[in-house]
Design a protein around this ligand. Sequence first.
Ligand SMILES: CC(C)(COP(=O)(O)OP(=O)(O)OC[C@H]1O[C@@H](n2cnc3c(N)ncnc32)[C@H](O)[C@@H]1OP(=O)(O)O)[C@@H](O)C(=O)NCCC(=O)NCCS
Length: 319
Amino acid sequence: MINKIITSRMQESDITQALKIWGEQYGRHCSSEAYPDHWKKNTREIEEFLKRKVESRTGIVAKLDNSLIGYLTYDEFPFNGEKSVFCPSIAHAAVEEYKEEAYLSLYKSISKEWVDTYIYNHMWTINYNDTKLRDILYDLGFGSYLIDAFTITDNKIYSNSPYEIRRAELQDVEILYSLVEESRQYYHSAPLFLKRDQSSKNEILEIIQKGNVFIAWEDNKAIGFINVSVSKRDNIIDLSVSNSGLIDEIGAYIQPEYRGKALGKELLKNVFDYCNKNDIKSVHVDFETGNLFANKFWRKYFNPMLISVRRTINKNIND
Ligand SMILES: CC(C)(COP(=O)(O)OP(=O)(O)OC[C@H]1O[C@@H](n2cnc3c(N)ncnc32)[C@H](O)[C@@H]1OP(=O)(O)O)[C@@H](O)C(=O)NCCC(=O)NCCS
């Protein structure tokens, strides 16, 4: 079968069918009420994205008997300083009937181009519930990296931790700055090994001014925080939509000795209360699967919708 599939550059005339296949794939795997259904009805931005890929010749299609059964497009970018390619979830899809054959043909064809140009770090985002595609990619050598998850804010959280939680104020900038620095050390440590950019005190001040940081206190000691911002636009990469809550920027952090005592839950309850008061219906978070705490905590309250997987090719292959 795989020998009968022909891959070629994506053309503008392929886009209508590509969008149809993408929509079917999204509908099959993203149908919980926590997932934004916006993308089922609004495909204009995805169409624009694919048009740009046709123009930049960074898209290919797989055809069987002249009919399109799958497509794949990509962005090239430096990931932690390494030449890398990234295929977001809107950048690929295949018909269910020929899923394995289509994806294998697409990856075989495009990965040769990538490796020939010394791109050894390959990253894809796929629908979390698409276990068939996940198995195909894992057999190729991909592994989990990041999860995008969503929840609706009228999910109830019951919590009665003994700590006080207050909205951060301008005078808390020094305290928050040092907690954020502490969180950077945590991200840097084993087994996560994540390098995060340092935030300046001014940046922390701006985050506080937006008014959505909650700090937890034990008497006069700050022991943790959570930060939620409100999205101003639809995002075709993580599929969050305008006016949803985003746990981003400085995220959430609790000092080690206070973890596992329901404080994270209490902080999240403050975020949900804030969202409910401000007519925000859903919240998005992303977290590395190698983050042992985050990988357990967020799954309790959020539904994973997308998973990003990563493969690194042996660096001596072109020697
Ligand atoms: C992630 C974090 C904010 C969670 O806060 P926490 O106070 O430790 O979590 P809680 O005690 O409120 O736990 C809430 C629920 O998650 C579960 N949970 C939390 N951490 C867990 C772990 N490591 N293993 C298993 N379950 C865990 C708890 O069992 C609890 O479940 P329950 O409601 O059924 O009792 C905190 O551990 C932390 O700051 N970790 C380091 C920084 C980090 O990873 N930040 C997130 C970046 S994306």
